[in-house]
Ligand binder design. Sequence first.
Ligand SMILES: Cc1cc2nc3c(=O)[nH]c(=O)nc-3n(C[C@H](O)[C@H](O)[C@H](O)COP(=O)(O)OP(=O)(O)OC[C@H]3O[C@@H](n4cnc5c(N)ncnc54)[C@H](O)[C@@H]3O)c2cc1C
Length: 160
Amino acid sequence: MNHYDIIIIGAGAGGGTVAYSLAPTGKRILIIERGGYLPKEDDNWNPEAIFQGRKYQVEEQWLDHENNSFRPQAFYNVGGNTKVYGAALQRMREQDFGEVKHLAGLSPAWELTYQDMESYYTRAESIFKVHGQKGKILPNHQCRRNILILRCLTNHGCRK
Ligand SMILES: Cc1cc2nc3c(=O)[nH]c(=O)nc-3n(C[C@H](O)[C@H](O)[C@H](O)COP(=O)(O)OP(=O)(O)OC[C@H]3O[C@@H](n4cnc5c(N)ncnc54)[C@H](O)[C@@H]3O)c2cc1C
């Protein structure tokens, strides 16, 4: 029987990052992924197919807190959600770790603080080669504009 020191369930952003970080330790690592490989095709980069068409999304139904069924925005494949995600990797703000009042209710404070996470953010940003203007958070209209630019480039044949 094969022996593994570490078994990681799921090859998404979390599992993939853990595997990448542990690889230099020389430990025997097994990654178990329930999905296959996403076929490489134009729709991989097509926001209409991914968001409106729900292409690649799981077919199963989950239940919300009122027992209503819904189709989750989840993707079972090697790479998990990162195969279709927007690649905008922003840190949470310090105040996001505290109690946050939303329209739909109150989100309780985390047990962790921003300072607890800071070194991990820095490490993850190095692994994912995150870049941009430090300290600058894009206002919503600018994010929307960037999405439209990306969509326009995609429609004209540009690829990530
Ligand atoms: C369309 C879209 C756009 C997004 N854009 C952004 C963005 O711009 N910036 C951002 O920060 N985040 C974005 N996100 C969110 C981000 O992609 C996710 O938060 C992140 O990928 C979650 O990583 P994860 O490893 O926790 O889960 P996942 O990426 O979902 O990975 C979980 C993996 O585990 C596998 N799995 C599940 N159950 C089992 C099982 N029982 N056995 C074996 N394998 C199993 C799944 O198949 C999957 O591959 C986006 C998400 C979507 C859907």
